[in-house]
Design a protein around this ligand. Structure first.
Ligand code: GDP
Length: 449
């Protein structure tokens, strides 16, 4: 398991308490830990080196804020530097929007390796443009190498409610692009999305084909699609593509998986282009504007406690949040609290939105629904807790085999599900204790606020 950066740093800085400013030797010691954390998060080595250098320069001599420990101070400096390097928090909205204000049809060209999620991302973005910006979008697949690639896009088009260019067998990618532009002009489409062919590896014919298409289509946006799980390899891919075509942005897919987000940092560093979207699932609504703050938290190995706190604060009453934070800080977290949490999860967008943010939630989601997001689970969990006695709710350790059978019966669920609920509670309690060690949720929120 990954040891979180704050855990590591607290060791380094234990002897530091009370000192006024961060000195160079201590910062260097801390940076050794940061370095390991970044490498574990799959950030490419040259990017790590560069980052460490910058942060060291920034950190040495900074005075330690009174309310936090030197270790926390360094985590904050590293966190802020990560956010900045990932594109900056403030620029979030602007960076994630596509620049399509050209004479229609605006062309969005999608490039990347085969299997990166290029076709899926094409359809996701088309759907988003249609729904969020009321754009009339047409998609065209230029992939004439992979059998069924064009049909795949057509199928996704039907699912997304987005038009696709009718398939004409035997045409070259450039011909298809030309035809797409003509059709779009004639039929009054605002945006044409070109899904170019992928390859298993970067090779010259692929690059030449891409350049030829770019030449005739003059894309307003050229987005490189990269699988976040490729980690270290992402750098080579990014470099090859950005050397050959004028990229305008990056789409990082499979951010719903176990990737620790390091690829994001590498991509940004190598291409110098903003990461515009994160792919967060196989379904067509699994696409989000890229959020540097969240990814920074993930790279630092803090789950996503920071943004969880932010989102919680948006959705629930402030007092409610504070009461919960106080309870968490004390390490008290019983079934009643879990029940409240489940209610809030529903309000915050369900398990899907929360998976990966709160330690423990993801495992339960996977275990209970075979990876499928199913918010009916929240209802079932609520029913299970409802079938517990008040005593059981405040002392879940009382729940033995016999009681489990009764709870399952009472809630119309199974003993396995009751077990999973208890496991989730346990996982969350453990996570809360960890957070407590760091000074509580409120401390964390303040640290990054
Ligand atoms: P392409 O070869 O680059 O066009 O890749 P595809 O779009 O066909 O995607 C390959 C596989 O990855 C498909 O099974 C997709 O459903 C899946 N996929 C794409 N994006 C994501 C994502 O963000 N998360 C997850 N979990 N799966 C994804």
């Amino acid at each position: 398991m990954f040891e979180s950066l704050s855990d590591r740093l607290s060791g380094v800085f234990e002897r530091l308490r009370g000192r006024g400013a961060l000195n160079e030797a201590d910062v260097r010691a801390a940076m050794r830990e940061v370095r390991i954390a970044l490498l574990e998060a799959d950030v490419a080595l040259p990017v790590v080196r560069d980052f460490i250098e910058r942060v060291t320069e920034k950190a040495v001599g900074q005075s330690v804020l009174r309310s936090i420990t030197p270790g926390q101070q360094v985590v904050k400096i590293v966190h802020d530097a990560l956010v900045e390097m990932l594109g900056g928090e403030g620029a979030d909205g602007a960076a994630s929007e596509l620049m399509l204000n050209v004479a229609p049809p605006a062309v969005v060209m999608m490039v990347g390796l085969q299997g990166s999620g290029k076709t899926t991302s094409t359809a996701k973005i088309a759907k988003r443009l249609k729904e969020k910006s009321a754009k009339k979008v047409m998609m065209a697949s230029l992939d004439v190498n992979r059998p069924a690639a064009q049909e795949q896009l057509a199928t996704l088009g039907v699912q997304a409610g987005v038009a696709t260019l009718p398939i004409v067998p035997g045409q070259s990618p450039v011909d298809i692009a030309r035809r797409a532009l003509q059709a779009a002009k004639l039929q009054g489409f605002d945006v044409v999305m070109l899904d170019t062919a992928g390859r298993l590896h970067v090779d010259q014919p692929l690059m030449d084909e891409m350049k030829a298409v770019a030449e005739i289509a003059d894309p307003a946006e050229t987005l490189l699609v990269v699988d976040a799980l490729t980690g270290q390899d992402a750098v080579n891919v990014a470099r090859s593509f950005s050397d050959q075509v004028a990229l305008t942005g990056v789409v990082l897919t499979r951010m719903d998986g176990d990737a620790r987000g390091g690829a994001a940092l590498s991509m940004r560093a190598v291409t110098g282009k903003p990461i515009k979207f994160a792919g967060t699932g196989e379904k067509l609504d699994g696409l989000e504007a890229f959020q540097p703050g969240r990814v920074a938290g993930r790279i630092l190995g803090m789950g996503d406690v920071v943004s969880l706190v932010e989102r919680a604060a948006e959705t629930i009453q402030v007092e409610e949040a504070e009461a919960l934070a106080a309870k968490m800080a004390k390490g008290l977290f019983d079934m009643n609290d879990l029940r409240n949490q489940l209610k809030q999860m529903t309000r915050m967008g369900g398990l899907g939105a929360l998976a990966g943010m709160l330690p423990g939630v993801k495992q339960v989601k996977n275990a209970m629904a075979n990876g499928q997001v199913d918010d009916r689970i929240l209802v079932r969990m609520d029913a299970m807790i409802g079938s517990m006695t008040p005593k059981e709710r405040s002392k879940p350790e009382l729940i033995n085999a016999k009681r489990k059978i009764r709870i399952a019966k009472g809630s119309g669920t199974t003993v396995q599900e009751v077990n999973k609920l208890l496991k989730m509670h346990q996982d969350m309690s453990t996570a809360m204790k960890k957070i407590k060690k760091m000074g509580g949720l409120k401390g964390l929120a303040g640290l990054f606020g």
